[in-house]
Design a protein around this ligand. Structure first.
Ligand code: HEC
Ligand code: HEC
Length: 346
């Protein structure tokens, strides 16, 4: 936990009455008006980057509406009445976090993400966090084309389209009205990366402040900034092991790590409180025996098939389980969870 607090401690303060623990802003910081807390897009736009199509000017009321749509599925519409629910089956946060979830923004590593989730008490979900999604330039990447076909082509370079697909298909809901789309864009804008997230070195930060107004240096500075985070969230679909009895070949299994996967991921939808799935898992032998029986099941989707392929929505049963890509759950983590299930069913 401690190591993630360090970046927050770097935020300077321009107040005259400095608490001793916070560093004062340097002259350059004050003259550019930027500090570690400045939203990334503010800096990029000043450096000459074009505003993306999803950009909307920040507005507290719009942000609040977008947040309500995200967490509750509805808000107050332009006519002053409660809007229609987006989906009866899901809320957006069933599959997406809205906080930072990766310790490093330049790589995608499911175990580093799980450790970070444990340290920061976050759920561990199939969808990518929407923190910083407005800073990316591509969505629904790579293998999602296998699941959603041509639908994703529109979404690849358009966050509004990506949001529409998710409302209609991932959430099994409906088309979003233009005002709802705008409110969600405003909310996403409010959870964009801050300069502190990029962890610039002292030299990089000083250089940025010194040359931010120098037109000849701006392109280089933009490139430096873009090198500090992934512009998209990679997605690789993988298969169950050939021999489901033997499982994935891994050197050793860590049941304690599997417990974290179970609690932060599976229970996010399968606990009696969450109401996402009507199949409830509890911390008892019944649950773990049931899961153990599914390990190599041929009658029903096996444990591995459920994780790697998910289930599909059908008429009359629209709730489905999203698959875990390799980036969201590693083979090692699948085996760690198996070890936990086997330990608990003894
Ligand atoms: C049942 C799970 C589920 C629900 C509910 C859901 N999503 Fe998603 N969403 C996904 C998955 C899976 C992806 C695939 C890409 C990814 O996130 O890595 C995705 C992708 C996205 C993306 C593109 C992210 C990226 O980095 O590629 C956006 C934006 C998004 N969803 C917004 C929403 C919004 C807004 C809602 C609520 C209206 C919502 N989602 C509800 C599962 C879900
Ligand atoms: C985003 C929500 C979500 C997450 C996370 C999730 N599931 Fe599911 N799961 C579902 C839904 C929805 C179904 C479909 C059955 C239903 O309608 O309840 C399902 C079905 C299942 C089933 C079959 C249930 C049955 O009655 O046939 C099993 C087993 C299962 N999930 C295990 C897991 C495990 C193990 C994990 C963690 C690795 C997990 N799920 C994570 C939503 C989720």
């Amino acid at each position: 936990m401690f190591k993630y607090l360090i970046s927050i401690a770097l935020i300077c303060t321009s107040s005259l009455f400095l608490p001793v623990s916070e560093p004062a802003c340097t002259e350059e910081e004050i003259s550019m008006g930027w500090d570690q807390n400045t939203p990334l897009s503010t800096v990029l736009f000043s450096l000459g980057e074009e505003k993306p199509a999803h950009f909307v000017a920040p507005d507290e009321n719009e942000i609040r509406k977008g947040k309500e749509l995200f967490f509750e599925g509805r808000t107050t519409g332009p006519n002053g009445k409660k809007s229609a629910i987006i989906s009866k089956f899901y809320k957006c946060n069933n599959c997406h976090n809205t906080q930072r979830e990766d310790p490093e923004l330049t790589i995608t590593d499911p175990q580093a993400r799980l450790d970070y989730a444990v340290a920061n008490n976050l759920p561990f979900l199939q969808g990518t966090t929407l923190y910083g999604t407005v800073n990316k330039s591509s969505w629904y990447n790579d293998d999602y084309i296998k699941k959603y076909g041509d639908l994703v082509l529109k979404a690849r370079n358009n966050l509004r389209e990506a949001t529409q697909i998710c409302a209609q298909h991932c959430s099994q809901g409906r088309v979003l009205k233009k005002w709802e789309e705008d409110a969600l864009m405003a909310y996403f804008g409010s959870i964009e990366y801050k300069m502190a997230d990029l962890k610039l070195s002292k030299e990089e930060w000083d250089n940025l402040l010194k040359n931010g107004n120098n037109a000849a240096k701006q392109e280089e500075l933009r490139k430096m900034i873009h090198s500090k985070y992934l512009s998209k969230s990679p997605a690789t679909f993988t298969e169950p092991p050939k021999d489901r009895e033997a499982g994935y070949p891994v050197a050793a299994k860590n049941a304690a790590n599997g417990k974290e996967v179970f609690e932060r991921s599976c229970l996010a939808c399968h606990s009696p409180e969450s109401k996402v799935s009507d199949s409830y898992f509890e911390d008892d032998k019944l649950t773990f025996n049931y899961l153990k029986q599914r390990m190599n099941s041929v009658m029903y989707d096996s444990y591995y098939d459920l994780i790697r392929h998910g289930t599909y929505a059908s008429k009359g049963h629209r709730r489905y389980m999203p698959n875990y890509t390799a980036e969201k759950l590693s083979d090692q983590q699948v085996e760690d969870l198996r070890a936990y299930i086997e330990e608990k069913s003894k």
